[in-house]
Design a protein. Structure first.
Length: 106
């Protein structure tokens, strides 16, 4: 489960989960119940890249909205995933270099 703190919307937080690049659960904390339920039902099972494209830039208050904040949450999720992958690759690279150095030293 991921948690995203929203800004400038009635909803204060979005709790969601993604599996295989698909939104599998989503809950808005506070805000308009009907709007939150509608967004959730329409978005569940959808590819997150498609959701980002469709929801980004929708405006309600202060140049954002709950759908726009969900898009921002998904973007942040993808950035976090990319960073984690990069760190894992760097770790693997360091391990391989250490193994090569050890084998050449023998």
């Amino acid at each position: 489960m991921e948690t995203f703190r929203t800004t400038h919307t009635c909803a204060r937080q979005i709790i969601f989960d993604v599996q295989d690049n698909t939104l599998t659960s989503c809950k808005f904390i506070n805000g308009c119940s009907g709007n939150a339920q509608g967004i959730t039902k329409l978005c569940l099972g959808q590819n997150i890249d498609d959701l980002i494209e469709k929801l980004s830039g929708i405006k309600c208050k202060q140049n954002t909205s709950c759908p726009d904040q969900l898009a921002k949450a998904l973007i942040a999720y993808k950035e976090k995933l990319t960073l984690k992958t990069q760190k894992e690759l760097e770790k693997q690279e360091k391990t391989l270099i250490a193994e090569i150095v050890t084998k050449t030293a023998q």
